[in-house]
Write a protein that binds this ligand. Sequence first.
Ligand code: DAT
Ligand code: MG
Length: 195
Amino acid sequence: MLLQRSILLPLLSPWRGHSTNKALMPRLSATLLGGPRSKSSLPDVKERTLVAVKPDGVQRRLVGQIICRFEQRGFKLVGLKMLQVSEELLSQHYCQLTQKPFYPSLVQYMTSGPVVVMVWEGHNVVQASRVMVGPTNPSAAQAGTVRGDFSLHVSRNVVHASDSLEGAEREIHLWFQGKELLKWDCWDQAITCEE
Ligand code: DAT
Ligand code: MG
């Protein structure tokens, strides 16, 4: 603790005289230094979404790069697991697509190997994740999106992200048990998001 203070206080001192940061400083330094902090001092960030690296993404060892993008953006990982998806779970996940002509090949692809499924939390995370992932068909995806950077065909588009708040809630409950989702305070939460 003493070491933390001696390193961090000089780093933080230029902020002390800055008027716009005066209100933020006590809370920020307390957070960084592990000091006392009331729960209400953090932004009330509750929005969550489900993101999954599909079997082609896992096979191509893209899991780390995809996680990295969500971490860099400032979202908080609250759930993560790797599993072999059953056809039953998949039919619930893609319940709106079961009558589509491509559904059998979608099932074959999605059950061809493990997936890595995650829950990310943060401001506007559902919509932001869709933008980061890019459109369903990678041919239409811009460079800089996950699909635009790592895929070229709609049948192998590397990643899933929930498309709405309601969809996210439904999918999170489908893939995760409540106890698998962790509540934890991210130290930079008060810096990356205004209350
Ligand atoms: P998204 O994954 O962007 O939410 P979706 O929910 O409409 O898209 O479809 C789910 C997945 O089904 C999609 O990621 C890839 C596959 N898919 C969709 N349309 C397809 C098509 N025309 N041909 C083959 N696969 C398709
Ligand atoms: Mg979808």
